[in-house]
Design a protein around this ligand. Structure first.
Ligand code: AMP
Length: 145
């Protein structure tokens, strides 16, 4: 990295640090939670995006949300996995990052999230920006000579 001033660093566009949508494991509205659990378990990710058929970002779903949704008083009701859809279980209250936003905004949001979902102006899912990628850039900046 060429030596950057603090202002230049914070104003870098996030676009170049995004893991593109086609490389991001996701589920679609209407998928049952059994499918979501399968994708989460096979990918090893803690949470994945839920998209609508036009690729609009709708929320996040995690294994924990799924397990909570099938927790009965006496037992885990595994038989409910096939009947519940991700729409009922996902968290819709997720802060997103616009693709035209700067590194400064990403840094602010990533404090509370392991990864950020990036959307375009129409709310369509563009990809994710992970805390790992942001910390790597921050480390490069801090140790630049
Ligand atoms: P990492 O920084 O690679 O450990 O990723 C942090 C979190 O970002 C993971 O636990 C996932 O929830 C999410 N994530 C990272 N890469 C992907 C991907 N390719 N597809 C879906 N989710 C991802």
């Amino acid at each position: 990295m060429i030596s950057l001033s603090k202002k230049e660093f914070l104003e870098m566009p996030v676009e170049e640090f995004i893991i593109p949508a086609e490389k991001v494991a996701h589920v679609q509205l209407g998928n049952n939670v059994e499918h979501a659990l399968l994708v989460l378990t096979k990918s090893g990710y803690s949470a994945i995006p839920v998209l609508d058929p036009t690729y609009r970002f709708c929320g996040l779903i995690s294994a924990r949300m799924i397990m909570d949704s099938i927790l009965g008083l006496e037992r885990i009701e595994y038989d409910k996995l096939a009947d519940k859809v991700v729409d009922e279980v996902m968290d819709e209250n997720i802060a997103t990052l616009n693709v035209h936003e700067t590194f400064s905004k990403a840094l602010e949001l990533v404090i509370n999230h392991a990864f950020l979902c990036v959307v375009d102006d129409a709310g369509r899912f563009v990809g994710i920006m992970t805390r790992r990628v942001i910390l790597k850039q921050l480390k490069k900046y801090v140790y630049q000579s």
